[in-house]
Design a protein around this ligand. Structure first.
Ligand SMILES: Nc1ncnc2c1ncn2[C@@H]1O[C@H](COP(=O)(O)OP(=O)(O)O)[C@@H](O)[C@H]1O
Ligand SMILES: [Mg+2]
Length: 252
């Protein structure tokens, strides 16, 4: 595939002597929602952190080839700040900065484009909060402390604050696992509305969520990418016996 936005070839990662990724090869298509599933400890978070170059520790060794949105991530001299502007990360626990709602949304703009005029900044605050369906709730309280929002509101804000710097890829590592069913529904709806505009790679430990939201799914086991396919194919006609056992609920 030539138009892949993420191209991963034979990617391996060791924490010290422990091999957490074993020659992962994967192409991700622009605009798709791709879910990473597999039992706890299989390497989902490790893989998504590699994509954002967040495994830069002295005891971590990476081998293989990884290109994300034009960046040679495993190559020597990458601008990690620029990579993280073009590829934004959402975590399990919503982690807004201890600032107002407005300042959270504008944080990336002030970092990457500090001379952006005030009127443009105001427009970005509105469009980003609208994109995550928060605007109507908070438009009269933009100076409110972001940490006082509900869990769902904070997670939506964490997605909203990535948007002003116009990323092409969004990584989300179990973005719904701290939310109640209403919050999960709202964030899934948000992911669907962002489909096509952004490429979304989502780690989920909830197979039903993967079925609901993703175009394609990856099944991982012990650091290995076992199978990748369309969501329908992977859940109804898995090719690999290990995938079949996992979706039947026999482990994990
Ligand atoms: N910073 C780390 N140092 C050492 N081992 C780690 C570290 N992070 C994860 N691991 C190990 O790597 C494996 C994969 O972990 P992880 O990527 O978090 O899995 P998952 O997200 O699928 O639950 C696990 O065995 C885990 O204990
Ligand atoms: Mg994880």
């Amino acid at each position: 595939m030539t138009d892949a936005i993420i191209r991963c070839r034979g990617l391996s990662l060791w924490y010290g002597t422990f091999r957490a990724l074993d020659r992962v090869t994967l192409d991700v298509r622009p605009g798709e929602i791709l879910s990473l599933i597999g039992p706890s400890g299989c390497g989902k978070s490790t893989l998504i952190r590699c994509f954002n170059r967040m495994n830069d520790y002295p005891y971590v060794r990476v081998e293989g080839d990884l290109h994300v949105a034009g960046y040679d991530v495993t190559g020597g001299n990458i601008d990690a700040l620029a990579l993280r502007r073009d590829a934004g990360m959402v975590f399990q626990r919503p982690n807004p900065l201890p600032l107002s709602i407005r300042d959270n949304v504008l944080f990336g703009v002030r970092l990457h484009a500090p001379r952006t005029p005030k009127s443009v900044q105001d427009g970005l605050v509105e469009s980003s909060l609208r994109a995550v369906s928060l605007w109507d709730h908070v438009k009269d309280q933009l100076d409110r402390d972001a940490e006082t929002l509900s869990l769902e509101g904070r997670q939506k804000l964490c997605i909203a604050r990535l948007l002003p710097v116009k990323p092409t890829v969004l990584w989300m590592d179990e973005p719904c696992s701290a939310l109640d069913p209403d919050g999960i529904g709202a964030v899934e709806e948000l992911m669907r509305s962002l489909r096509g505009t952004f490429t979304q790679v989502i780690v989920t430990n909830n197979m039903q969520q993967a079925r609901r939201i993703s175009d394609r799914c990856v099944f991982m086991l012990m650091g290995e990418l076992v199978e990748v396919g369309t969501t329908a194919q992977l859940f109804t006609k898995p090719v690999d016996e290990r995938t079949a056992r996992y979706i039947e609920g026999r482990y994990g």
